[in-house]
Design a protein around this ligand. Structure first.
Ligand SMILES: [Zn+2]
Length: 991
């Protein structure tokens, strides 16, 4: 998924922080490559603690086991969990496999009574019987079947196999079908047929579901789908595991004034009897069945179905293949940018992997209700609207970049995930980490001026460093069984650490080995399933062929994939011998934390240490760092240092590795001197890494705060977006710790105003014709920060813009990149009447980015009672859409007065929120906000809350555990770091 299969979160930009309890928030920064600030997710909206059980299956209930089942409790989640034990023996037996399905789906979405919408369908699957058996397990959820609904027969002889019994196993989400005689081994002509089934069609964002949008005063309904990871079974009975690949003939039944699309091109459309499919209809209504071409061999989770009144735009690539973008009529003409991206990057990836795109058409559709960012269904990629629709005058530069990135991400999956699929969900990191890394290779080809590799450092990589520095992190590779566990691992570690580690791999083998090795892997495993070692083996072989040198890629990668965390390299230099001695230690953001997973490698890594000195980097850090790698295999290891004693050395060139470096103190000072005298010697990635490492080391107590803080002084001459982004996110942590109640906040904000004033004067509020993409991103960042730290000129300019906007009755255009901050400044100085007007206006705004900015900025009010009322609104579907609920809570929490208000509200109203059936991902995002507290009192309150609500927190209890851990870390930080910070500020700040 777009991380993105799944990107969730804001439609314009997000505030740094709410990711897995990383404990940094409060600073609204635009984040361009949003590969999922947290937001990756797999489409699950399991009600918190109340997994909505499919009630009363007509098949017999599963009998109680006579012996204890081999189920074990969850082990994938860190820390204690209050979730009930989950069954883990959920894998299908492998003796029966599907070969070819025929599936027809008929969603009833006509009329105005959405509560009565449903879908009907039929399913037929031809099987390959590898082992003789009289029992078949067939996945289904919320589809009621009886033995009489199921026919099993031999398609050659037409002979039936009698179905003796059919039992539904709710825990394993399958029907267990017993036949009177065993099916013969080695046969391929047994067919299961379910001629008719019916299931509810709800706006639950899972399986085939209902979505809607307003058009000319009426509500338009559509049926759309999201099957990853385990909701194909909610759409039709099937063998719903990724390795149970088959071919599919899909048909969709719809009224003739609607359109239907699926993975493959349409073959034909025929009239059908309306009353046959829908009891509400008479045959006078025009109903048609649209048949689609047979798919290639593929996994169930990649199927897609849409019945809607969308319109389309089309384009062709240089090979004459068709690309179509579908959206509601109002938006469809704003999808031309994403159409350009998909055409161009498809052809680029074909070149890059040297494997042709396997289908002959690509559809992309923008749906109004979608819980992920996007989903890579083969041939029909589905996006939330804000990830496909780009409005050149209203959308931010960050949005444009996130659209380019998500389209590229989903396209990468067409090869990596769709053509070659992990055997099981435990390897989903390979899919998602790979797409999250390779998306940048695609975008870089189409937009080289965006410098997406440099932007990787303060976005994806920074988040990976933060989240994986916690004791409650987990290894990338985890065994998972149950759907709850599967959904849980679509997380930051899978996406962002996965991408970061693969970028490191790309860095140490070099681009050519990576490209050819991946291409070989894809060709050798096309239409199949693999385990990650197959990719390592291919790269090991290619490395030898390209370089004539041996490198066991697997033994390196195992250390990074199978153990949690990452190392910090501590440096010491013997001046006389010019030897650099490195010692590696597991880096924890608070040294008192205990890792939640043991390591088979004693937390040591095989590290590709790239090393440069003032001498050999005189012309800058190289693009290709593979020639600068020194392998570190030991806990402690020495290297020759090729420079004079007074000169600096630099490790982790271009931030290509996933490790931090703590230099000896003299070298830190020399690096700072170099930054101040001429920072352009270092690449933007290097500058960002130095800032990020020094702040992280100081925060954990390994380095005096004077080092990172003195380093920030060079920023007065920094003009590049990337180092600014890195610095401001790190300083954002100091802001978040101090701005609510600390007297020390005054000197910090004064220092920040002084630091930012020049950059603010340089960018201003208005776009210029000569602005590059990165300049526009920088404007959003600098304006947001300058106003946050109360730079008067920023506040005045923003408030003036807001007044113009209000005086024009909300019709004047605010430059999109600064819109949220302008609205926030305006709301902060407005009264309730203006708040109400803006809120009412927000409901009429069709542009998703503007609407999202308004929803967020409404939380900038200084009136506590309005914040409380706003939280009430968030629980009222008629006021705030369900998908924006967590945005309201997070935005209120970001207000200096709002975190406490949000927390009080959450404690008072938790049961209401649970009763509302809020999805687990929404609950997690709400709880993540608590990670900013930093006192013992709040810690006790959170622990009490967790205990009190252990039965209803469900999967969100993991988020609560992480938030609690973050608060402990924050408390440690306050004890350790506040004093040195205050001291430095008193010496360096202007009051
Ligand atoms: Zn993905």
């Amino acid at each position: 998924m777009g991380g993105y299969a799944m990107y969730k979160g804001s439609d314009s930009s997000v505030s740094f922080g709410g990711d897995g309890g990383s404990g940094k928030r409060g600073l609204f920064l635009t984040v361009p490559i949003l590969v999922a600030l947290a937001l990756v997710f797999a489409g699950s909206v399991v009600a918190v603690g109340l997994i909505v059980h499919f009630t009363a299956p007509k098949c017999d209930p599963h009998p109680p086991p006579t012996t204890a089942p081999p189920a074990t409790t969850l082990t994938t989640t860190a820390g204690p969990t209050t979730a009930p034990p989950l069954v883990t023996d959920v894998r299908l037996p492998t003796g029966v496999k599907p070969l070819h399905y025929t599936v027809t789906l008929a969603p009833y979405i006509y009329g105005n009574n959405a509560s009565e919408f449903y879908f009907t369908g039929s399913m037929k699957v031809r099987l390959s019987i590898n082992e003789s058996t009289s029992n078949i397990k067939l996945h289904a959820t919320k589809i009621l079947l009886t033995a009489a609904d199921i026919r099993v027969y031999n398609s050659t002889s037409n002979k039936n196999y009698t179905v003796d019994s059919c039992m539904y196993d709710e825990d394993r989400e399958w029907y267990s079908i017993d036949l009177s005689v065993p099916l013969p081994a080695n046969s391929t002509d047994v067919v299961i047929e379910i001629a008719w089934f019916r299931a509810p069609l709800r706006s639950d964002l899972r399986g085939l579901y209902l979505s809607s949008y307003p058009e000319n005063g009426t509500t338009k309904y559509l049926a759309t789908s999201h099957l990853q990871p385990t909701d194909a079974r909610k759409t039709f009975p099937c063998f719903d595991e990724p390795a149970f690949k088959a071919t599919f003939d899909v048909s969709l039944v719809r009224r003739s004034d609607y359109i239907s699309i699926s993975n493959m091109p349409s073959i034909r459309t025929t009239n059908v009897s309306a009353s046959t499919w829908f009891s509400e209809m008479t045959d006078s209504e025009q109903l048609v069945k649209e048949d689609f071409e047979t798919t290639p061999i593929m996994s169930t989770y990649l199927l897609a179905f849409i019945v809607s009144q969308f319109e389309l735009i089309r384009g062709m690539d240089t090979q004459g293949r068709e690309y179509r973008n579908w959206a509601r009529p109002e938006f469809v003409n704003q999808t031309d940018y994403s159409l350009d991206v998909v055409r161009n990057i498809t052809e680029y990836f074909e070149w890059y992997f040297n494997v042709p795109y396997p289908l002959n058409k690509t559809d992309q559709a923008a749906v109004p209700d979608f819980n992920a960012g996007a989903m890579e269904n083969w041939g029909l990629i589905i996006y939330r609207e804000g990830r496909l629709v780009f409005n050149g005058t209203r959308d931010t530069s960050a949005i444009k970049q996130s659209i380019g990135s998500v389209v590229s991400h989903e396209l990468a999956h067409m090869w990596f995930g769709n053509l070659v699929t992990p055997e099981w969900w435990d390897d989903i990191w390979l899919n998602e980490g790979f797409a999250s890394f390779v998306q940048n290779i695609g975008v870089n080809d189409y937009h080289p001026d965006w410098e997406v590799d440099a932007q990787f450092v303060p976005t994806q990589q920074r988040t990976a460093f933060d989240v994986d520095s916690k004791g409650a992190s987990h290894p990338i590779y985890l065994q998972v069984y149950n759907p709850s566990q599967i959904n849980e691992i679509f997380d930051t570690i899978t996406y962002r650490k996965g991408a970061t580690v693969l970028r490191m791999l790309h860095g140490f083998v070099g681009d050519e080995v990576f490209r050819k090795g991946v291409g070989n892997y894809l060709r050798q495993n096309s239409y199949g399933n693999t385990f990650h070692t197959a990719l390592y083996d291919s790269l090991t072989q290619q490395y030898f062929e390209s370089t004539n040198k041996s490198l066991d890629v697997g033994s390196v990668m195992d250390r990074w994939i199978n153990q949690m965390g990452y190392p910090v390299l501590n440096c010491s230099v013997s001046t006389a011998a010019r030897r650099l001695t490195l010692t590696q230690n597991h880096f924890l953001s608070d040294p008192s934390q205990v890792p939640s997973y043991p390591s088979d490698y004693n937390y040591t890594w095989i590290i590709p240490v790239t090393m440069g000195t003032k001498q050999n980097l005189s012309s800058g850090t190289p693009e290709d760092v593979s020639g600068f790698v020194n392998w570190m295999n030991e806990k402690e290891q020495s290297f020759e240092l090729d420079n004079s004693a007074d000169d600096w050395y630099l490790l982790n060139l271009r931030s290509s590795g996933f490790y931090r470096v703590n230099y000896d103190l003299d070298n830190w000072k020399r690096l700072i001197d170099q930054l101040v005298s001429n920072h352009t010697v270092f690449s933007p990635q290097d500058r960002a890494r130095l800032l990020d490492d020094s702040f992280a080391l100081a925060s954990a107590g390994y380095l005096d705060y004077s080092i990172p803080l003195n380093m920030t002084k060079y920023l007065k001459s920094e003009t590049h977006y990337v180092p600014w982004s890195s610095a401001l996110s790190k300083i954002g942590y100091l802001h978040s710790m101090l701005h609510r109640q600390s007297p020390e906040y005054g000197p910090l904000s004064a220092y920040m105003r002084d630091l930012l004033e020049g950059a603010f004067n340089d960018v201003g509020l208005d776009n210029k014709d000569t602005d590059t993409h990165l300049t526009k991103l920088k404007r959003g960042l600098i304006v947001s920060s300058a106003c946050l730290y109360r730079l008067r000129s920023c506040e005045t300019a923003a408030t003036n813009k807001f007044e113009e906007f209000v005086n024009s009755s909300f019709t004047s255009t605010i430059t999109p990149d600064i819109r949220r901050r302008v609205l926030c400044e305006g709301v902060a100085t407005s009264f309730v009447a203006e708040w109400d007007r803006l809120f009412e206006f927000s409901k009429t705004v069709a542009h998703p980015g503007t609407q999202n900015d308004i929803i967020r900025s409404l939380a900038c009010t200084n009136e506590p009672w309005i914040l409380n009322r706003y939280l009430d609104y968030a629980l009222d579907e008629t006021k705030i859409r369900g998908q924006d609920l967590s945005t309201v809570f997070s935005s209120v929490a970001a207000n200096p007065n709002g975190l406490q208000i949000m927390w009080d509200y959450l404690q008072r109203n938790w049961n209401t929120i649970v009763d509302k059936g809020v999805g687990v991902f929404t609950a997690k995002y709400i709880i993540n906000n608590l990670a900013e507290f930093n006192s013992e009192q709040k810690l006790r309150e959170m622990e009490a809350f967790k205990l009190q609500h252990k039965d209803t927190l469900g999967a969100a209890s993991v988020a609560m555990d992480r938030a609690i851990e973050s608060v402990r870390i924050n408390i440690g930080w306050m004890e350790r770091s506040l004093l040195p910070l205050v001291q430095w500020l008193s010496e360096n700040s202007l009051r």
